[in-house]
Design a protein around this ligand. Structure first.
Ligand code: HEC
Length: 705
C-alpha cells in the first residue's frame, strides 16, 4: 500500500500540475460541440463550431490590451514543410498536426509534448500530391483523435497515449494518387473524410466511418463513374446527364472533397465543398459539353445517410481549377428585413456567395477582388456570366484569378458582433493554353491537366512585374451588403486563415512571417509579432486556468511556394515549422529565424544548344516545376536546384532514379531516359548561370531570387 502511494507521489512529481478540469482526454461528443459556446475555453471541432464560424466568445484579450500579448511558448515541429493545421484544444490539451500528417498532443499551457504519432507515410506517397505534404488537422471524439494521412488512411488514436486504435484505407483505387490533406469532421458518431488528387486523375468522394469501429457507413461520389455501370445513387443519375463522351473516365473526373465541410444540426444537413475537374481541359474531359456536376459545387447531404439533398455549382464546366473546396461558413443573417439561414463561401473563382442553406438557392454573389473570367453571377440562374478571357480553348489567355484562387484553403471567420466575414483574399493571374492533343504522362507523381503548364517568363524584369501583381488582402466583407467594410493589403498572397473574437479582434498569420491582430470593427492594426516562417493556418484561441491563449501554426509551404516558386519570393521567409502561442504579459523569446543560402557553388558547363534548352525548360516545368519551382527557381521549401554543388551534380542521375524516394523525391526512371535527365540538368545549369548574372547586378550581400 505504502509503495503504491510512493509510486504515485513520484508520478505526480514528474507530471505537470493537474489541469483545471481533470477529465478523460478528448471526451467530446455532438452535444458538447453543439453547445460549444457554453465552454468557450475549448476549441473542439475544426471550425470551433459545426457552423465553422471560427469566432471565439473569449474576450480577456481585447482591442484594449492586445498590445501586451507576448510569447508564451513555442514547439518545433519535425518537418520544415507547409503547416496548414487548425489546432484542437480540449480541457487543456492541444491536438494538432504538422507536415506528413504527424500528430502532436501537447499541454496547452506550456507546449510540453504529451505524445506524438507519426503515421510514417511512405516516401513514394509523399511524392503523389499537388501541393506539399500538408495536413489541416485532427478531429476528436469520445477519447479518440482522428487523422487522415497523406497516403489516404484514416487513423483513430487513443487520446491518452496516441496509440492507433483502428485504421481504415479510404482509397478505393490504389493505382491512383489519392491523398488526404483535410481535417476530418465528426457528426453523430460518424467520421467524415474526403481526399485530394484531381490533378493526378482521381474520382472524388466523401466517406463516413463509424467513430468507434471504423466501419464504413456511407460514401458519396461527387462525379459519375462509368456510364455503362448503373449509377451508384440518385445524385449520380443527376450528375451523369451533365457529362459527355467518356473522356473523364481516363482522367478520373476530379471533384475531390479535399477540405471544407460544415454541418447544421437542425436541418441535419452536411455541406461539402467539391474541387476542380480532372483534367482541367473541358474538351478532353467532357467533349467541351455540359456543366459536369458536381464539380466546383457546394453539395448538401443527409448527415445520417449521405443522401443528396441539393447542390449549388459555383463554376459550371470548370476548367480554371476554380475549386469550391474553400471554407464554408453557416450563419443566420438578416437580409432585406428577413432572418435567413445562410451558407457563405468565397471559392477560388473570386465571388462571395450567400446561399439559402435550407434549399441551395442563391441569395447574392459579388466578386471580392478584381477578376476577368466572368462579369457577374446572374441572380436569376445563379450562373456566372463568362467573358472571352476565360475561353483558353480557343487560344492562350491570361485568366484572373489564377489556379491558386482569389481565396484558397486558408479559412475565413465570421464575427456575429460586427457582421463581417474576415477573408484572406489574394490577387493573381495565370497564362493558360490548351494542349492540342491530350499529353498524358503515366506517372503517379506527375500532374495531367490537358493544359500547358502555366507559363512564367524567365526574364527577371517580367518575373518581378508579375510578382508585384500577385498580392494578398485581408478583407472584412459585409455579406449582407456584399461589399468590403475595410481591407488590408499585403505584398505577398498566401496569408493565413483568420480568427475573430468577442474582444473585437481579428487575428491572422502572414506569408511574411508575422502574427497580427486587427480591430474587428475598424481594421486598425493593434499588434504584431514575428513567428519567423510564413503562417498560413487558421489561428485558434482557448483558455486554461483562467488564462486566454492565441496559437499560430507557423510553417511556410503549400501550393504557392512549391508550384509558383519565383512568385512566392515576395514573402521572404524560410520554411520553419513551429507552434507559436501567445498570452498577455508573457515575454518568451522566439529562436532566431533560419537564413537563406546565398553562396552559389562553382558553375557547371552548359553544353546544350538554345533549342535543346528550350525543350529542357518545358520538361523541367512539367516534371520538376511543381516541387522545385517553375523555371528552376524554388520558393524555398524544397531544394533550389540552381545551388547544387558539384557533388550533387554527380549524384543527380541516382537521385532522379529513386535514390531519395524515401525523402519524397520521385523516381523518374520509368518516364525519363538518360538523355532527358541530362537535358533537364543542363537547364538547371543554365539557370545557375542566369542567377550568377543577376547576382553580379546586385549590391554585395543582397540575396537574389
Ligand atoms: C513531388 C515533388 C518533387 C518533384 C516533382 C521533383 N522533386 Fe526533386 N526533390 C523533392 C524533394 C522532397 C527533395 C528533397 C529530398 C531530401 O530531403 O533530401 C528533392 C531533391 C532533389 C534533388 C537533390 C537536391 C539536393 O540538393 O539535395 C535533385 C537533384 C532533384 N530533386 C531533382 C529533381 C528533378 C530534376 C525533378 C524533375 C525531373 C524533380 N526533382 C522533381 C521533391 C520533388
Amino acid at each position: 500500500m505504502k509503495r503504491t502511494v510512493a509510486a504515485f507521489a513520484v508520478l505526480a512529481a514528474l507530471a505537470p500540475p493537474a489541469l483545471a478540469a481533470p477529465k478523460n482526454p478528448a471526451d467530446v461528443d455532438g452535444a458538447r460541440i453543439v453547445a460549444a459556446d457554453r465552454e468557450p475555453g475549448n476549441w473542439m471541432s475544426h471550425g470551433r463550431t459545426y457552423d465553422e464560424q471560427r469566432y471565439s466568445p473569449l474576450k480577456r484579450i481585447d482591442d484594449g490590451n492586445v498590445g501586451k500579448l507576448g510569447l508564451a511558448w513555442t514547439y518545433k515541429l519535425d518537418v520544415d514543410r507547409g503547416v496548414e493545421s487548425t489546432a484542437i484544444v480540449v480541457d487543456g490539451v492541444m491536438y494538432t498536426t504538422g507536415a506528413q500528417s504527424i500528430v502532436y498532443a501537447l499541454d496547452a499551457r506550456n507546449g510540453k509534448l504529451l505524445w506524438r504519432y507519426d503515421p510514417q507515410v511512405p516516401g513514394e506517397n509523399l511524392t503523389q500530391g499537388c501541393c506539399d505534404t500538408v495536413n489541416r488537422g485532427v478531429a476528436v471524439w469520445k477519447g479518440k483523435v482522428y487523422v487522415g494521412t497523406f497516403d489516404g488512411r484514416l487513423v483513430a488514436l487513443d487520446a491518452r497515449s496516441g496509440t492507433p486504435v483502428w485504421t481504415v484505407d479510404t482509397v478505393e483505387n490504389r493505382k491512383k494518387s489519392y491523398t488526404i490533406t483535410g481535417a476530418p469532421r465528426i457528426v453523430k458518431g460518424k467520421v467524415l473524410i474526403g481526399n485530394g488528387g484531381a490533378e493526378f486523375g482521381v474520382r472524388g468522394y466523401v466517406t463516413a466511418y463509424d467513430a468507434e469501429t471504423g466501419k464504413q457507413a456511407w460514401r458519396f461520389y461527387t462525379v459519375p463513374g462509368d456510364p455503362n455501370d448503373p449509377p451508384e445513387d440518385k445524385a449520380m443519375e443527376i450528375a451523369l446527364k451533365t457529362w459527355s463522351g467518356r473522356g473523364w473516365l481516363d482522367w478520373g473526373g476530379g471533384g475531390t472533397v479535399w477540405d471544407s465541410m460544415a454541418y447544421d444540426p437542425q436541418l441535419n444537413l452536411l455541406y461539402i465543398g467539391t474541387g476542380n475537374g480532372s483534367p482541367w481541359n473541358h474538351k478532353f474531359r467532357s467533349d467541351g459539353k455540359g456543366d459536369n456536376l458536381f464539380l466546383s459545387s457546394i453539395v448538401a447531404l443527409d448527415a445520417d445517410t449521405g443522401e443528396y439533398a441539393w447542390h449549388y455549382q459555383t463554376t459550371p464546366a470548370d476548367q480554371w481549377d476554380y475549386t469550391a473546396t474553400q471554407h464554408i461558413v453557416l450563419a443566420d443573417l438578416n437580409i432585406d428585413g428577413q432572418p435567413r439561414k445562410v451558407l457563405m463561401q468565397a471559392p477560388k473563382n473570386g465571388f462571395f456567395y450567400v446561399i439559402d442553406r435550407t434549399n441551395g438557392k442563391l441569395i447574392s454573389a459579388k466578386n471580392f477582388v478584381p477578376i476577368n473570367w466572368a462579369t457577374h453571377v446572374d441572380p436569376a440562374t445563379g450562373r456566372p456570366v463568362l467573358t472571352p478571357d476565360a475561353d483558353y480553348l480557343s487560344g492562350p489567355k491570361v485568366v484572373v484569378p489564377s489556379f491558386l484562387g482569389a481565396h484558397n484553403w486558408q479559412p475565413m471567420s465570421f464575427n456575429p458582433k460586427t457582421g463581417y466575414v474576415y477573408l484572406p483574399g489574394q490577387e493573381s493571374m495565370a497564362g493558360l493554353q490548351a494542349q492540342e492533343k491530350p499529353l498524358f504522362i503515366p506517372h503517379k507523381a506527375v500532374v495531367n491537366l490537358g493544359v500547358e503548364v502555366p507559363d512564367l517568363p524567365e526574364d527577371p524584369k517580367v518575373e518581378a512585374q508579375i510578382r508585384s501583381a500577385w498580392k494578398g488582402r485581408l478583407i472584412a466583407w459585409d455579406p449582407v451588403k456584399q461589399a468590403p467594410a475595410w481591407t488590408h493589403e499585403y505584398a505577398a498572397p498566401w496569408n493565413g486563415g483568420t480568427l475573430s473574437t468577442a474582444g473585437n479582434l481579428v487575428f491572422q498569420g502572414t506569408a511574411d512571417g508575422r502574427a497580427v491582430a486587427y480591430a474587428a470593427d475598424s481594421g486598425k492594426q493593434l499588434w504584431q509579432a514575428r513567428v519567423n516562417s510564413g503562417s498560413m493556418a487558421g489561428p485558434v484561441t482557448y483558455e486554461v486556468d483562467g488564462v486566454q491563449y492565441v496559437t499560430f501554426m507557423a510553417g511556410w509551404g503549400g501550393a504557392f511556394p512549391l508550384v509558383t516558386g519565383p512568385l512566392s519570393l515576395s514573402a521572404r521567409v524560410q520554411p520553419e515549422a513551429r507552434i507559436v502561442t501567445f498570452r498577455l504579459g508573457a515575454s518568451g523569446k522566439l529562436p532566431p529565424a533560419k537564413k537563406a543560402v546565398v553562396a552559389l557553388p562553382p558553375l557547371q558547363k552548359i553544353t546544350a544548344s538554345q533549342d535543346e534548352l528550350k525543350q529542357a525548360r518545358t520538361m523541367f516545368n512539367g516534371f520538376c516545376g511543381s516541387c522545385h519551382g517553375l523555371n528552376a527557381v524554388s520558393g524555398g521549401v524544397l531544394p533550389d536546384l540552381r545551388y547544387m554543388t558539384p557533388a550533387r551534380h554527380e549524384q543527380y542521375v541516382a537521385v532522379l532514379s529513386g535514390a531519395k524516394l524515401n525523402r519524397g523525391m520521385p523516381s523518374f526512371a520509368s518516364v525519363l531516359q538518360a538523355k532527358d535527365m541530362e537535358l533537364i540538368r543542363q537547364y538547371i545549369v543554365k539557370r545557375s548561370h542566369d542567377l550568377q548574372e543577376q547576382l553580379k547586378l546586385l549590391p554585395a550581400g543582397t540575396a537574389a531570387n
